[in-house]
Structures are given as C-alpha cells and as structure tokens.
Ligand binder design. Structure first.
Ligand code: ADP
Ligand code: ADP
Length: 232
C-alpha cells in the first residue's frame, strides 16, 4: 500500500509583498515499508515537503494523505493523532539540554499523558532499541553527535509511529557515524516495518539505504521511483 501520498501539492510563502513558490504540482507516492529519499539542492523545497507530512506546513494547493488522512485539513485531535503516527528526527537533534537521555525520550509520552510506570518501561525499551542503555542518565552535552542522534531516534519512536521523517539527520555527522545512524534507520525500517521518508543533499545516503527516491528541483519532482532503476 501507500503510506504517504502527495496529490497535486503546491506551496507558496508570502514574501516582501509577493509570493515565493516552494513547491508546484508535486505528485508522489511513498510506498508502505519503504525507505524513500528525497534529494535536491538547498532551497529546492525538501523541508517544505517533509514538514507537510506532520502538518507543520499546510499545502496551498492539492493534498497530502498519511494513511489515508488528509493532513492539511486535520485540526485538533485528528492532527494530534497524525502526529503520534509520524515521528521526526533533525539535523541538529533538537534535544532538551536540561533533560537526561531518559528525560528526552520520555517527553512525547509525557505529552501524550501516559502513566509514569508505563513511561518508565517504554523509555527503557526505546533506549535499549537504540543501544544507549549504558548512557541513559547522561545529558546531551555529554554525548557524541551519533549518540545524540540515537536519542533523537528513540524519542521519535516513542509514540509508536508508522512513519519516520528524517530532515538531514546525518548532515552534521562524520562519515563513520553517518554509517551507524543509517544502519540503525535500516534496522528500524526492517524490524518495526516503519516507513522512512528522508531528505538529504547527499547521493551517498540514498545509495546506502533508500529503496525509493525522488529528485526535486526548484519545487518540482523531476524523477522518482525505485532507487536501483535511477542509479542504473
Ligand atoms: P530545502 O529544504 O530544499 O532547502 P525549503 O523547503 O526549505 O528547501 O525551501 C524552499 C523555498 O521556500 C526556498 O525558496 C525558501 O527560501 C522558501 N521558504 C521556505 N520556508 C519559508 C518560509 N517559512 N517563509 C518564506 N519562504 C520560505
Ligand atoms: P530529567 O532529569 O531529564 O527530567 P528524569 O530522569 O528526572 O529526567 O525524568 C524524566 C522522565 O524519565 C520521567 O518521565 C520519568 O518517567 C522517566 N524516568 C525517570 N527515571 C527513570 C528510570 N529509572 N527508568 C526509566 N525512566 C525513567
């Protein structure tokens, strides 16, 4: 099936008395269980596209469906439900400096209002999944970049999402650490059956883990399909 579909999606932002077009006529299906990579230069529209999947941006034209739900029209409880189903990780990790590894991973569960005992058990399980059990009481400042990103991944998985969004998650990491994070994403994709949608400006990232990819140029998808076909 299809995890995410973009149907005739356009997006303009207001800018100095006019409009800037970030996306135009985007049609794209992200297959369920795929690792789909979106590649393009800076300013091509990658972040805008990604942020529509969890409702951080709304399309000005067309629609974005996640598991059949129209994200752009969702409000209130429906939007919160979609956000529980869509985790996100970031280039600069976005961890809270004042909270330990446990505290950061617990955050989405606290927001969801889970009972303390459930949070504790779930946090331990998540930290174990990303291999950080020995570092659970450390603070972000005491972690390497790769360790911080693993905290980000555990936090993104906390609510049991079906989709994981990755916004240049390895761009701030050295090549070796990039590999370990990509391997973790592959394992999560395989073991949890999670659909991964990632954006990158690095072809190597796609070559290493993406089953499907799309190339975006100046707000338009210029090529998309299984990665083997495009690299061939
Ligand atoms: P990418 O992630 O590929 O670098 P973006 O989606 O961030 O691309 O940006 C696409 C275009 O939209 C760029 O021209 C950018 O300047 C513009 N843009 C992005 N976000 C905003 C915003 N909040 N306000 C105005 N323009 C924006
Ligand atoms: P912080 O100091 O970052 O606030 P805490 O450890 O005090 O972190 O608590 C933050 C969250 O982590 C709480 O929601 C709590 O449920 C959870 N937590 C605290 N201690 C443990 C623990 N031993 N095992 C698992 N989760 C814990």
């Amino acid at each position: 099936g299809t995890a995410i579909s973009f149907e005739g999606v356009g997006k303009t932002y207001p800018k100095a008395g006019g409009l800037v077009t970030a996306l135009e006529g985007v049609d794209l299906s992200v297959p369920e269980g795929s690792i789909t990579g979106i590649i393009g230069r800076s300013g091509a529209g990658k972040s805008t596209l990604l942020r529509m999947v969890n409702g951080l941006e709304r399309p000005t034209e067309g629609r974005v469906l996640v598991a059949g739900h129209d994200v752009g029209r969702a409000r209130g409880g429906a939007l919160r439900g979609i956000r529980r189903d869509v985790g996100m990780i970031f280039q600069h990790f976005n961890l809270l400096a004042s909270r330990s590894v446990r505290g950061n991973v617990a955050l989405p569960l606290e927001i969801a209002g889970l009972p303390r005992a459930r949070i504790r058990a779930r946090v331990d399980e998540l930290i174990d999944q990303v291999g950080l059990t020995a570092l659970a009481d450390r603070y972000p400042a005491e972690l390497s970049g790769g360790q911080k990103q693993r905290v980000g991944i555990a936090r993104a998985l906390a609510t049991g999402p079906k989709v994981l969004l990755s916004d240049e998650a390895t761009s701030a990491l050295d090549p070796e650490t990039t590999q370990t994070v990509l391997e973790l994403l592959s394992r999560i994709n395989r073991d949890l059956g999670l659909t991964v949608l990632l954006i990158t400006h690095e072809m190597a990232v796609l070559r290493d883990i993406a089953s499907h990819m799309a190339v975006i140029e100046a707000g338009r998808i210029v090529e998309s399909g299984p990665t083997y076909g495009i690299f061939a």
